[in-house]
Design a protein. Structure first.
Length: 282
């Protein structure tokens, strides 16, 4: 069973307790989850299926319907799934990605702006991306403002200096703020798949196909301020676009991002596991 890490914290005050044995936690999380086993992970457990064939045993699961909006970073900021095209600011470049090319976003004043119409969900959703870095920073952010300004609805999808994948969530609900994070160590200069998933009244942070944190969620994600989303920066980053002059300890992202996808449905555990193994591209 995958380990679950849940964090509740005071808004904008980030503390990430290090597990007593972080390496053991990561090893345990990387172990195959029994309810997320794909066909080519199957072992001889003694069960038989008279109708099964060799081709059945290696057939990947159905990947499901694609995203509403997809930014692949194939030398452009165009939306590959619809017409919600993004724009690049600063020295955003393109490097070898998880699939084809991806975005290279390296530090202050370099970011991608995604239109305000993207990411407004009144029900289930999935926001997923691939990242690769030795550093940290805000991978994806959307909120109206930082301190002393109502954030309305949105998220900060961060990687911390310790390599925690951390999400701060704002919804329209009465209990519309919470934060969750993964174990540390994901800033190892390898590609990782991360997804935030809402399924009914449950929110999951899924990294590399395994659920790393969960939290109750209520309200919707429709932003009345029509704030854009950003790749590589968030509103609480010093010098961020649209900043009201307040900030916290978040920083500009330095690294690669790829296949940034927005779905108006909750991807299944099997789909997320398959995506993390490269069997299903968005």
């Amino acid at each position: 069973m995958s380990a679950m890490v849940v964090l509740g914290c005071v808004r904008d005050e980030w503390t990430f307790p290090v597990p007593r044995d972080a390496a053991a936690d990561i090893d345990a999380l990387d172990a195959p989850s029994p309810d997320l086993v794909l066909a080519d992970d199957a072992t001889d457990s003694g069960a038989t299926d008279s109708g099964a064939t060799d081709s059945d045993a290696t057939e990947p699961p159905a990947c499901g319907e694609g995203p509403l909006t997809l930014y692949r970073g194939e030398g452009t900021t165009l939306d590959s799934a619809g017409g919600q095209h993004a724009t690049a600011t600063g020295a955003v470049a393109y490097v070898e990605g998880r699939f084809g090319q991806g975005f290279s976003i390296n530090g202050p004043r370099n970011y991608v702006t995604i239109p305000p119409s993207v990411g407004n969900f009144d029900g289930d959703f999935t926001i997923a991306l691939w990242f690769k870095t030795r550093y940290w920073g805000v991978m994806l952010g959307r909120r109206a403002g930082c301190w002393n300004v109502p954030p309305y609805t949105g998220e900060d999808f961060d990687l911390t200096p310790e390599g925690y994948v951390a999400v701060e969530v704002f919804t329209s609900g009465a209990a519309g703020y919470f934060s969750v994070h993964s174990p540390p160590g994901f800033n190892d200069d390898a590609w990782h798949h991360a997804a935030m998933v809402r399924r009914g009244d449950v929110f999951d942070l899924v990294v590399d196909g395994s659920s790393r944190a969960t939290h109750a969620i209520s309200g919707h994600f429709v932003d009345p301020t029509r704030s854009p989303s950003y790749l590589g920066v968030g509103r609480c980053t010093p010098g961020a676009p649209g900043s009201n002059g307040t900030h916290d300890n978040r920083t500009w992202y330095t690294g690669a991002l790829d296949e940034v996808a927005f779905y108006d449905r909750a991807l299944s555990p099997d789909e997320l596991a398959a995506q993390a193994r490269g069997l299903c591209a968005p």
